[in-house]
Every structure is written in C-alpha cells, then in structure tokens.
Design a protein around this ligand. Structure first.
Ligand code: AMP
Ligand code: MG
Length: 486
C-alpha cells in the first residue's frame, strides 16, 4: 500500500483546444528529492508516504502525471514591460494534476522545469536548482506572512547539469495554486479574434473562483472584473506592507485568482527606498516598490479590454461597465494599504486617513536609510521595554530619527500592540539569506535552505534560536540586483 492517488481529469481540458497543448512527460534518469512539503501534501489529501515513493517522485518530477489524459501546457500571452509579446505560454511548465482540499477548493499542481513544450521557443524547458529554491523559499515565506500565493510542494533534482551562465544543477519545482489563469490568458483569448474563446475562459474562471457571481449576462462578467480588481488591490497592499517587490508584474505573471505567482527576480526590501527595484531587467523602474499598485491597475485595464465584448451590448455600455468595475481598484488599494500601515505603526483605525504622517514616515525612513522590516520590528519591541534607543540606532542620521519619533508620539498615544505584532514580521526571507541558501544548495549542502525555511515559517513569533535571521545584510552581503534565473 503506497497510497497512490487515483488518476483524475484536468478541468482545464474542458476549455477549447486553443488554451492548451499536449506535452510529453519528462525523462530524467537520476532524480533525487531535495524537499517535500509534507504539510501542504496533507492539505491536498496526499498520503504522507506516497509523495516520497518512486511513484510520487515520478509525478513530482514530471515523468508521469495524475491526469487521465496526460499533462498539458497552458497557452497565454502577455504584455512584458508594457509591450505586447503575443503568445508566450508554459515554455517550461506543465499542469499534472488537480486536488481538492478539505474545504472543497480545487488546487492545480503545476511543474516548472519539466522540459520543452510547444511554447518553449528557443528555451530548453528546464529550470535551475537555484530558481526552484528561490521560488520555494519566497512563496512559502509569503504564505506564512498571510499573503495569497502559489505554494511549493517539492523540489526534485533532475540529475542533469543545465547551461545558464555556466553549468548549473537542473531541478523541477512543483507548485500549487487555485488557478494559473493569468490576465495574459484572457489577452490571448481576445487576440484569437474568437469571442467564444473569451466567453469560455471567463465562464471557466468564474465557475472556479466566484461562487457568488451572477449566472448570466454582462453583470456576471462585470462582477468577475470587479472581484479580480479587488483581490489585486488587496494583494499589492499586502506586498507593500511587507516591503515586497515582485519584480516582473507582466500580464502573464498576474493571476486572476489574486495569488502571487512567478517568483523570479522578486525581493524584500532591506534598506528602504520607495523607488527601489532589484531586477536586473527592470531598467526603468517600472515595477519599483511604489509603482506596484499603478502597474496592477494597468494590467487590470488589459483584462478589462479583453473582456469588453462580454460587458455590454454596445460599445458605449461596454466602456462604461469596464470603467465602473475598474474604478474600485484605487479606493480599495488605498484603504487596504492605509489600514496595513496604520496597524504597522500602532495607529488606531479612525486615524488611518492620515496621509501626511505616512508620507513623513516614508520620508524619514528613506533619508535615514533604515531597514524596512527592522524599523517596524523595533518600533513594536520598544513598547514592551519602553526604550527607543534600538529604534533610533537604525537611523543613519539620528536627528531624523528623533524628529520622526516625536511626530509618532504626538500621533500615537495608545499604540495597539497586538495589531502591531500581527502586522510586523520578525523574520522575512532576506535576499542575502536566499542567496546563501542557493549557493550552498548548488554545492549539495541543503542545510542553509532548510534552516531558512524553518526561520521564515513562523515570521511573527519570537524565537531566539533564529535571531540571526533578523539581521540585515552587512555591507558586503547586500544583494543589489536579482536575476530572472530561469
Ligand atoms: P517568466 O519570465 O519565467 O515568467 O517566463 C516568461 C516566458 O518565458 C514564459 O512563457 C515561460 O514559459 C518562458 N520560459 C522561461 N524560461 C524558459 C526556459 N528555460 N525554457 C523555455 N521557456 C522558458
Ligand atoms: Mg511567468
């Protein structure tokens, strides 16, 4: 008895052929598991033992699938850095299974690095161990922080060396998400010129994600657009509240489910600057920390354009509906972000519209180059010990710290400690720690990776044994740039 799960259909196959391609299973001769997420496996109803059996590892590395008719690669298009790229699709990924959790929600199992597909263009369809480890760490860190995200179920070494800058170990990541439908999936449906494709995709996505949607007519699709907009507004507010920069918010990397996906050049800010970027390819700062809401809104406009034929009977009605449903984004984002920042700063709810104070806070943090996470952590800590020295020590220019502190004291008479503790993590997946874990893994040492995972898994809890992970990078540890690293 290995607890092998029964094969099942992939619901995605109910869509017109246009939306996916058949892909062969992968062939890797010397696979070896690096990590299996047993807790997530259990949530997805897998028997603990099965995952680690040859059979389980074969599914997780893409050499067999749990789908009756075999795995598929998904089609999607995308605007990359503002430019339409046409068809992109899963060039190194495939859908191998779907599972229901205890609440009855479906989750898709999607592999990255499982080999070439019809969408690979000139790519090799493979993934480096480094990219798989980076995605595993950051997605699990985001989940632990309470940010909607794809999860990571496993990383399996393929036994191959693949060529990037030099040779690197190849790996397959298995990630899960409620849905991998992206804004770019709608765009490619619209670009096909067949409005039946758009309708089929919208109905499929709505049936999967929106149990309360109206059943027919423009209201149904308007409702969907509004829900997607609301989820994105809340998602980006959460990202920003943790100092997270996604780095490649192209429309092919934005899920309509409101889950964060595609952890490439993403990073958490250490030294704060609102215009901060890490990605080596984001030369114009399009996806900087403080532009993420604007860019999510831009992406949602592309979604609205794709949905236009479904939003009303004539052009005027369509445009009006699109505008109306998109208009909720800005106020939703602002309310969510202000509430998050109010919680972080210990302000009570009724003072959240205090824009000036927020701006002064960001200004002081920028000028004095404080570490984003540690700033809020120390502000929270000082309440228990009533000592502001550690907080002031973070400001490179102490005078700026003192001025900000007296402003804070004048604004916050009775800080809400519980709200602060719940909003201000002690441990985030710091870039230098992620890089350290990747470098060690490339030398077959997985201890730093596993230790970092243990550290980020309870980010709000005081755990002296992980105190090291709170510490910002020293001058020579600072990560200045991140790379897509496929
Ligand atoms: P990403 O930047 O990872 O979101 O990928 C953008 C597009 O490039 C997607 O269509 C990917 O499937 C494709 N892609 C990325 N890396 C590879 C690779 N090694 N082989 C084939 N396609 C890839
Ligand atoms: Mg992508």
């Amino acid at each position: 008895m290995t607890g092998k799960p029964a094969l099942s259909d992939l619901s995605y196959r109910a869509l017109p052929n246009f939306f996916y391609s058949e892909v062969p299973v992968a062939k890797y001769e010397k696979i070896k598991p690096v990590i299996l997420n047993e807790r997530l496996a259990k949530e997805l109803g897998f028997e603990k033992k099965w995952l680690g059996t040859l059979d389980g590892l074969s599914v997780l590395s893409g050499q067999s699938s749990l789908a009756v008719e075999g795995p598929i690669a998904m089609a999607y298009g995308g605007h990359q850095f503002g430019h339409w790229s046409g068809m992109l699709g899963d060039g190194r990924a495939m859908l191998v299974a779907e599972r229901k959790d205890a609440a009855g929600h479906l989750h898709e199992l999607h592999l990255k690095g499982s080999g070439q597909t019809p969408y690979s263009r000139r790519g090799d369809g493979k993934a480096t161990l480094g990219s798989a480890i980076r995605e595993y760490i950051v997605s699990e860190a985001m989940h632990a922080l309470g940010v909607p995200t794809s999860r990571s179920l496993s990383v399996i070494l393929t036994g191959e060396k693949i060529i990037r800058d030099g040779y690197e170990p190849g790996a397959v990541l298995c990630r899960t998400a409620r849905s991998h439908i992206r804004v770019g999936t709608f765009q490619i449906a619209a670009a096909s010129g067949d409005s039946e494709n758009v309708k089929a995709l919208a109905d499929f996505a709505i049936d999967r994600l929106e149990p309360s949607a109206p059943k027919y007519g423009p209201e149904r699709y308007g409702y969907f657009l509004e829900q997607v907009s609301a989820r994105q507004a809340e998602l980006v507010a959460k990202w920003m509240g943790f100092g997270f920069i996604h780095g490649v918010m192209n429309t092919d990397n934005m899920c309509v489910s409101g889950e964060t996906i595609d952890y490439g050049p993403c990073a958490f800010i250490d030294e704060f600057h609102p215009g901060k970027t890490f990605s080596s390819i984001d030369r114009n700062g399009r996806y900087a920390w403080n532009r993420q809401a604007e860019m999510a809104h831009w992406n949602l406009m592309r979604l609205a354009e794709s949905l236009l034929p479904l939003l009303g009977q004539d052009e005027e009605m369509q445009m009006q509906a699109a505008e109306q449903h998109l208009n909720i984004f800005v106020p939703k984002f602002e309310a969510a972000f202000q509430q998050i920042m109010a919680n972080k700063l210990g302000l009570s709810r009724n003072t959240i519209n205090d824009d000036d104070f927020l701006n002064e806070t960001f200004k002081a943090m920028t000028l004095a180059k404080v570490d984003f996470t540690l700033f809020f952590r120390r502000l929270t800590q000082q309440i228990a010990v009533n000592d502001f020295t550690p907080l002031l020590d973070l400001f490179r220019d102490r005078k700026i710290g003192e001025a900000w502190l007296s402003l804070w004291k004048s604004r916050v008479s009775n800080p809400d400690l519980e709200a602060m503790q719940a909003a201000n993590p002690i441990i985030i997946a710091r870039n230098h720690r992620v890089e350290e874990a990747i470098a060690a893994a490339n030398n077959s040492d997985f201890d730093p990776f596993k230790k970092l995972l243990a550290a980020i898994s309870s980010p709000f809890q005081e755990r002296p044994e992980f105190a090291d992970f709170e510490v910002p990078p020293s001058e020579n540890e600072i990560v200045h740039q991140t790379f897509c690293g496929t």
